[in-house]
Design a protein around this ligand. Sequence first.
Ligand code: SF4
Ligand code: SF4
Length: 199
Amino acid sequence: MFVIDQSRCIGCEACVQACGECGTHRGTSLIHLDVIDRAATTQTAPMVCMHCEDPTCAEVCPADAIKQNEDGVVQSSLKPRCIGCSNCVYGCPFGVPKYMSALDQMMKCDMCYDRTSVGLAPMCASVCPSQALWFGTRERFEATRTGTLVNDWWFGNQQVTTKVHTVAAEPGAVDVTGTPTTAHWLDDPFGLEPSEARS
Ligand code: SF4
Ligand code: SF4
């Protein structure tokens, strides 16, 4: 399993360099390394594709250019199909896909599928000195790391389950956008009202 624990990031950029050396997108680094608030903290946060079980990027793609393979890995866009509309860039709740204007195509992390499919760590995890990016078995994680593995998220009223896990102090879904709205829609054609299971 691939685990990302942003709290361990030290901002060294090793992951950024290693991502650019990946055999499938040589020279182009697709990982995001974000700063939180330079005035308040030195904390930095890497972000990779979380490989959602029901990927919004693929759902909103009008060209059917984003495929999910049998292992649940959501692949980067297919060159012959992608029309560069950036729907996926705006639709991804984690802000992952990048529109590459030189190619007129979206590119994103595909979890180094050439490596992870044969049991090797993704390029970023293979070099991360603080193990903010980590790859291994659940058993090994539980034997060597603290914290609880979490892969459920709430973005407002959208629940997302991901193949990539993060590390939290407590079990339970991560509420990214805070308390969901209590205002009710006039109608609810897409079933977006909070479910009973949420409360
Ligand atoms: S994190 Fe974003 S780019 Fe990755 S599968 Fe989910 S919606 Fe798609
Ligand atoms: S930019 Fe490409 S992959 Fe993204 S939604 Fe548009 S056509 Fe699909």
